[in-house]
Design a protein around this ligand. Structure first.
Ligand SMILES: Nc1nc2c(ncn2[C@@H]2O[C@H](COP(=O)(O)OP(=O)(O)OP(=O)(O)O)[C@@H](O)[C@H]2O)c(=O)[nH]1
Length: 200
């Protein structure tokens, strides 16, 4: 199975370090995993582009527990992802990084928990510098959820198409033409990803 993950977050929060550490640990977990590191630079948008949302199977949103503005940026990203996931569900993981710098913490654990609850994502605090175990646990939890979603996708598609067939048959029984049924159905179709993102 092939899985795609995009890592998002403000500048300097530790995205590259986390990707490096996680890829070492994940080698034997899934056969093929692609990770995209989004490099947010100063004065550019931190939001993923619509090309990213259609590409990825899961999101990792990182902030630095010592920099409150990076947490606020993480919330903005989660907000955008959440809106996009209204049509296409995509697992997400919120990571508070740099727990080795506890003495400089400005983002409370409670704030992270609250955000994870609000945006329906998994949440861990880690240290890319020191703590490989929790990073591994966090990535595995995300990959597990992503695999389940991917494995169930064909089933969901089959269910959707059988529902369409049933509605066509009912339409035929009650004398409605396919074109009428199609017109009616279009109002409740599952929409594809919307172009709500700014430039990545
Ligand atoms: N103390 C500490 N430093 C860390 C940790 N993770 C990353 N760093 C340091 O933070 C700095 C930024 O790390 P990067 O991995 O380059 O961060 P990034 O988010 O990829 O940065 P950009 O590519 O500029 O967006 C580097 O100096 C890292 O060594 C951590 O867990 N603890």
């Amino acid at each position: 199975m092939s899985l795609r993950v995009v890592v998002l977050g403000a500048e300097n929060v530790g995205k590259s370090d986390l990707i490096y550490k996680s890829s070492i640990k994940q080698e034997d977990y899934v056969t093929d995993i692609e990770i995209l590191d989004s490099c947010a630079k100063k004065n550019t948008s931190i939001a993923p582009g619509d090309n990213v949302i259609t590409w990825t199977d899961a999101f990792i949103v990182v902030y630095d527990i010592c920099v409150h503005s990076s947490f606020e940026q993480a919330i903005k990203i989660l907000d955008i992802i959440n809106k996009a996931r209204a049509s296409v569900y995509c697992p997400a993981l919120l990571l508070g990084n740099k727990t080795d710098l506890e003495h400089r913490r400005t983002v409370g654990v409670e704030e992270g928990h609250q955000a994870a609850l609000e945006y329906n994502c998994q949440y861990y605090e880690v240290s890319a510098a020191e703590d490989f175990v929790t990073i591994s646990i966090a990535f595995q939890a995300l990959l597990r959820e992503t695999k389940i979603i991917q494995q169930n996708k064909p089933l969901l598609k089959r269910r959707k198409s059988s529902l369409v067939n049933v509605s066509k048959k009912l339409g035929a029984m009650f004398g409605k033409k396919d074109s009428e049924m199609d017109r009616k159905r279009s109002t409740c179709d599952v929409a594809g990803p919307k172009t709500i993102f700014e430039k990545a």
